[in-house]
Design a protein around this ligand. Structure first.
Ligand code: ZN
Length: 310
């Protein structure tokens, strides 16, 4: 119901997965209605502020990168955005000493811990919710798709089909209450990749900071990490974590039922673009009104049937 920020300044540092550079991240409280912004403290001669909004996304290969008109970019925003989304933080400044958010252990758990260390305060302003009124779906035409339907809360239902690669098949995950379940079910799910792909990235000078300490790496012989997986379906759980982070670039928490198959940062951003292009697909409200659900009960019931059949 109410906007929130953090109580005090907190910091952490770690390696950037793409650059391999050591980067500091500082979260600072910010005023009501200010939203979430990233600030590059290593940039002093240009505009170093990049708003955490879907229309500032400039690249979705391997991670989500946002950038401003001065071509100042911030990479890998999705895991800290997922933690802020799950903790209900609306207003915060994320300061970085370099071009990407540190990867930490490849999950959102370190950022949840950081936000909990800072503490959360309620602000004297109501928060707006992006309320989905009509179904929106986008696909890449190769079996990968993501969609959202009207619902009386936020929910997520995802499949990830490895198509037998390295002996892996289909993983499924669904969640019906973001704030109640994120920390236990999703926060610790790490980013993942195949050893074969990682070798190609390294030989191209990419993913310089990537290692078994910040990603699940899968080879023909199975999971290479000595500690194994944190959840049986850790990969699709990480996909869900990424969706929750990427969709928070809407600028508001979303009320809708998200579903998808083999989703990724590109599809997640395309979904936000498609929602905002379709004026009758959404509205901003302070909270779901009982009158809305009375008026739209048949449509919401039909959406649930379609959703459960997917
Ligand atoms: Zn991720």
């Amino acid at each position: 119901m109410w906007q929130k920020t953090i109580s005090q300044v907190v910091s952490c540092s770690g390696v950037g997965v793409h650059t391999g550079e050591r980067i500091s991240l500082t979260l600072r409280p910010s005023a009501k209605n200010s939203g979430i912004s990233f600030i590059r403290t290593d940039v002093t001669h240009k505009n170093n502020v990049v708003p955490a909004k879907w229309n500032y996304v400039v690249d979705t290969h391997h991670s989500t990168t946002i950038g401003n008109k001065d071509s100042i970019t911030v990479g890998t925003v999705e895991h800290v955005m997922a933690a802020l989304h799950a903790q209900g933080v609306n207003n915060v400044i994320v300061e970085l000493s370099g071009p990407e958010v540190p990867i930490m252990d490849g999950s959102a758990a370190p950022f949840i811990f950081l936000i909990e260390c800072a503490g959360i305060v309620t602000q004297n302003a109501q928060r707006e919710i992006l309320h989905i009124l009509n179904q929106v779906e986008v696909s890449l035409g190769d079996g990968r798709y993501i969609g959202i339907m009207p619902s009386d809360g936020f929910s997520l239902s995802l499949d990830h089909d490895f198509k037998g690669r390295c002996g892996r098949s289909v993983e499924h995950y669904e969640m019906h209450d973001l704030e109640g379940n994120f920390k236990a079910e999703l926060a610790r799910a790490r980013t993942f990749g195949f050893y074969e792909d990682a070798q190609k990235l390294w030989s191209s000078g990419l993913a310089k900071g990537g290692s078994l300490s910040n990603a699940v790496v899968i080879s023909e012989d199975g999971v290479m990490n000595p500690e194994g997986l944190r959840y049986d379906n850790e990969c699709v759980r990480h996909k869900a974590l990424d969706v929750i982070g990427d969709l928070y670039l809407a600028g508001h928490p979303i009320q809708g039922a998200v579903y998808g198959k083999n989703v990724g940062h590109c599809l997640n951003n395309k979904l936000l673009q498609a929602i905002f292009e379709k004026k009758d697909a959404w509205t901003l409200t302070y909270s779901p009104s009982p009158e809305y659900f009375q008026e739209n009960r048949p449509m919401i019931a039909a959406a649930r049937v379609i959703h459960s059949a997917i």
